[in-house]
Design a protein around this ligand. Structure first.
Ligand SMILES: NC(=O)c1ccc[n+]([C@@H]2O[C@H](COP(=O)([O-])OP(=O)(O)OC[C@H]3O[C@@H](n4cnc5c(N)ncnc54)[C@H](OP(=O)(O)O)[C@@H]3O)[C@@H](O)[C@H]2O)c1
Length: 300
């Protein structure tokens, strides 16, 4: 592998943990960038892992932590994604070659998605990266769109609730959406690091599978035969409600709602089947049996 020095921001999060394990498992040297007072002290020490505490608002603090780093991966929290510019500026200043921003969700090139407050900061970050890449020939970026996190979404009941056997079916529950396990997202990050020329300055589309809420409920029912309580919700109603709630701030509840709107409304383009980059970054994906087994594993 050509690159061996990677910095990872947000390494203690839902996505950061599996990404960190994949990077370390591939033999890369990883520098974790953590907030002062953040969660990184909980990480298990490893010989190829360094933890640096930084101020994510200070380009100077970040640039000194990034000396000698070739690739920066940002897995920062959803509520922090609007503030990646100092990290990008610091990466350019430190001579980083590739920046992978905290995207990891819907299609941030879709004109409807970019108007959602959960996606607008990601689209703005992309524009910022494009300008930096144009002005600095040694610097480039890659975004990853992976749809919903599949195993995370089943575990926390975001897609369907396999513990309570309940679900809110959006647009009837038969809308196909792209969805990716955290392990496959981590594989794609490694794939970008291994294939930097082919992945430069673009958004990649990956998924483990495309499915629907009703199919997932069907797999769960096959295991225990229980009856599910479902309610239906129109995504346009949800969109209006969540925009109406923004006077309380950009809460996680509002942001989660906007993710649901994008994933389960066909015009937002979150079925990536026709334009996948899986092969390029080494994501094999799942067949129907793999998916069935995964869902059954979450049914209690
Ligand atoms: N597609 C999906 O279904 C889906 C679902 C969830 C998230 N995502 C995306 O995946 C990426 C990572 O999200 P995540 O859920 O893994 O993040 P997370 O678990 O909420 O947080 C990740 C890490 O960010 C760091 N951080 C830095 N600034 C922070 C701040 N102001 N508030 C809280 N944490 C902060 C923390 O690490 P330290 O304490 O070490 O500093 C934290 O552990 C984001 O781009 C998000 O939008 C996608």
């Amino acid at each position: 592998m050509p690159t061996s020095r990677v910095a990872l921001a947000g390494a203690t999060g839902n996505l950061g943990v599996p990404v960190l394990e994949a990077l370390l498992g591939a033999g890369l040297s990883v520098t974790v960038l953590s907030r002062v007072g953040g969660n990184s002290s909980k990480l298990k020490q490893r010989s190829n892992l360094t933890i640096k505490y930084v101020d994510f608002n200070s380009t100077q603090s970040l640039a000194s932590a990034l000396q000698g780093i070739e690739v920066v991966v940002s897995c920062l929290a959803t509520l922090a994604i609007g503030s990646q510019n100092p990290l990008i500026d610091a990466s350019v200043a430190a001579g980083v070659k590739r920046f992978i921003p905290a995207e990891f969700g819907m299609d941030s090139l879709n004109p409807l998605c970019v108007h959602l407050p959960v996606c607008a900061p990601k689209a703005a970050t992309q524009k910022y990266l494009e300008a930096k890449a144009q002005a600095n020939p040694g610097f480039s970026w890659t975004g990853i769109a992976n749809g919903l996190f599949l195993d995370w979404g089943l575990q926390v009941g975001f897609i369907i609730d396999t513990v309570r056997h309940t679900a809110t079916l959006y647009s009837g529950g038969d809308i196909p959406f792209s969805t990716t396990t955290l392990a496959d997202v981590a594989r794609a990050v490694l794939g970008v690091i291994r294939n930097q020329d082919e992945t430069a300055d673009r958004l990649l589309y990956i998924h483990s599978t495309v499915t629907t809420q009703n199919k997932l409920i069907g797999y769960a029912k096959e295991k225990d035969g229980k009856t599910w309580r479902t309610t239906c919700k129109d995504t346009e109603d949800l969109r209006r409600e969540r925009f109406g709630s923004l006077h309380n701030g950009h809460t996680m509840e509002a942001m989660d709602g906007f993710c649901v709107v994008a994933m389960f409304t066909p015009d937002y383009g979150c079925d990536f089947s026709t334009h996948l980059d899986n092969e390029l970054v080494g994501v094999k994906g799942m067949d129907e049996n793999d998916l069935r087994e995964l869902v059954r594993g979450f049914v209690q």
